[in-house]
Design a protein around this ligand. Structure first.
Ligand code: HEM
Length: 126
């Protein structure tokens, strides 16, 4: 069961990254695709499932955010990824700000993957 949940979590994590890159490219191209209903809704459904699996995994592992540092780092970085991500796709006032936010969100995503793999706040530097 744990392995199934972990692979589901990884699949949703990868999908989250792919959908974000796709929306970032459309943002840079000023594409009307960004206004499509499914483009607005699907990432939220996917991220909810990603988080749902994450919660189940933490319970099964008996490791929790604000107890185990690597999970605290993951949760904080996830919140930042979501906030900076909305600046990149929607809220950024100029294109320069949106592109900068897009790059920052990708770096945060990479940091999260490194934390997940190494179970360390130092991410890929561990
Ligand atoms: C964008 C957000 C996230 C990404 C990209 C992501 C990515 C990953 C990846 C790639 C793994 C597999 C690591 C490996 O074993 O090689 C993983 C595992 C895991 N993640 Fe996430 N994750 C995210 C959010 C979260 C959050 C918010 C939590 C909980 C606070 C969480 C909790 C876990 C747990 C408990 C595991 C299992 C670790 C293990 O069995 O070794 N993840 N995550």
């Amino acid at each position: 069961m744990y392995t199934v949940l972990k692979h589901a979590h990884m699949l949703f994590a990868a999908t989250s990254g792919v959908l974000f890159i796709l929306r970032g490219v459309w943002m840079m191209m000023d594409s009307v695709q960004l206004q499509k209903r499914w483009v607005k809704i699907l990432p939220h459904i996917n991220d909810t499932l990603l988080l749902g699996c994450a919660v189940a995994l933490t319970v099964m592992l008996h490791q929790y955010p604000f107890v185990d540092h690597w999970l605290t780092a993951k949760l904080i970085a996830l919140v930042l990824y979501v906030v900076v991500g909305t600046v990149a796709i929607k809220r950024g006032k100029t294109k320069k700000i949106r592109i900068l936010a897009f790059v920052l969100a990708l770096l945060l995503y990479g940091y999260i993957v490194g934390v997940a793999i190494n179970h360390s706040v130092l991410s890929f530097l561990a």
